[in-house]
Design a protein around this ligand. Structure first.
Ligand SMILES: [Ca+2]
Ligand SMILES: [Ca+2]
Length: 390
């Protein structure tokens, strides 16, 4: 049995300009491999831009600031004595049944998530809020921060996997027998958003990202169901009632105040045939690429604008707003919630001479609200898209 999670890039949102503070930032994806990755933070020991000494003064004075533990030579994974501990809990959301076809050489096959051919999958989002008093800190995925075998290198996705973050089993309620397995294959832990109004809106030490990882107290990491390997393969199971069980931190590689709540279950019905869906946030049934597809997207955030004004939204430093890792795309929808290609206000894959997107569009006249969706150029590929609007 393998449990690991991949380390690399993802997202958190830096928001500028007009708009509500609605940091959804589901972490999307996080990597890719298929050649459309501009940079994979987990693949090399790249220096990060985290300045451990230049935070706000309150940070420097706070002996529990997790980043200081690394700055003074401590282990990122060990909470300093006397400091509050984090407490992670698993939450299952948006369960989906889907069939798709895998090629022989796909990374999901090579990394053992499934086998080639037509497969049926039980997909779901894994949300892991930190409901404890202390911050969870993991740090940068660099050589001196991979203690005692907690990391494993994925040669196909080309990034580091963090072992033992989340393990999935599907059970038969009749006898509790395990009929399917999966694991979180993500390559980073980060602040995707605030959990149910908890946490500070702007943590003193800045949000954790794939380059310097962790989950602040009151924030959650979201691993989207559309990502590679985020499922339990149910191809050989008959229709019926089952129970999905998620356990996190089973190896206790991360220090928490409570390990008793590291497990959750959800009952699921597996139908005889797959439901038909036109939800663009559903996972794609095959290796689709490009902005016109209506699957494999995620809602990044909702924003407001001044009717009649021109708005630029992107995650592209060369265009002057935001930043990205990998090869993301962006889609703008009028109002709240996701939209299809046909109804999109604007869409973009690459802009300003690189693989990061940016779009300019008129603020929706009827409703002054719009939704920013993001997705990897290749469905299921991870990326980081730090949105800015102006
Ligand atoms: Ca816990
Ligand atoms: Ca792109």
């Amino acid at each position: 049995m393998r449990w690991w999670m991949v380390f690399g890039g993802a997202l958190a949102g830096a928001l500028a300009g007009c708009g509500d503070d609605v940091p959804v930032g589901s972490d999307a994806g996080r990597t890719d491999l298929g050649g459309d990755v501009a940079m994979d933070l987990g693949a090399r020991d790249v220096a990060t831009s985290v300045d451990l000494d230049a935070s706000v003064p309150g940070d420097v004075l706070d002996p529990c600031n997790p980043r200081l533990r690394r700055a003074d030579g401590g282990t990122a994974f060990t909470v300093r004595p006397g400091c509050p501990l984090p407490n992670l809990v698993p939450v299952i959301e948006r369960v989906q049944i889907q069939s798709r076809t895998f090629a022989d050489g796909s990374c999901e096959v090579m990394e053992g998530c499934t086998v080639p051919g037509h497969r049926r999958l039980l997909r779901f989002d894994l949300v892991t809020p930190n409901i404890g008093d202390g911050d969870l800190y993991v740090g940068p995925p660099v050589t001196d921060n991979r203690p005692d075998g907690r990391f494993e290198y994925g040669t196909c996705h080309m990034h580091w996997h963090f072992r033992g973050y989340a393990d999935y089993t599907l059970e038969s309620p009749a006898d509790g027998g395990v009929v399917g397995r999966g694991h979180k294959q993500s390559f980073c832990l980060l602040d995707s958003g605030r959990y149910m109004g908890m946490g500070a809106s702007n943590p003193q030490s800045g949000l954790f990202t794939c380059a310097d990882q962790g989950i602040h107290a009151g924030w959650y990491d979201l691993y989207d169901r559309a990502l590679d390997c985020q499922y339990v393969d149910i191809t050989d199971l008959p229709p019926g009632h089952y129970r999905l069980r998620v356990r996190i931190n089973e190896l206790r590689g991360l220090e928490e105040s409570n390990y008793a709540d590291d497990e959750t279950t959800q009952d699921v019905d597996i139908p005889a045939t797959d439901p038909v869906s036109m939800d663009p946030t559903d996972a794609c049934p095959s290796d689709l690429t490009g902005a016109a597809r209506d699957c494999g997207w995620e809602v990044n955030r909702g924003l407001t604008c001044t009717p009649g004004s021109t708005v630029t939204v992107g995650c592209n430093a060369s265009c002057g707003a935001g930043s990205c890792v990998g090869n993301p795309m962006i889609r703008i929808c009028s109002g709240d919630g996701p939209c299809t290609h046909a109804l999109a206000v604007a869409e973009n894959d690459d802009a300003c001479g690189n693989s990061c997107p940016s779009v300019t569009f008129p603020c929706p006249l009827i409703r002054n609200r719009y939704t920013v969706m993001t997705g990897g150029f290749r469905a299921g590929a991870a990326y980081e898209c730090r949105i800015a609007a102006q």
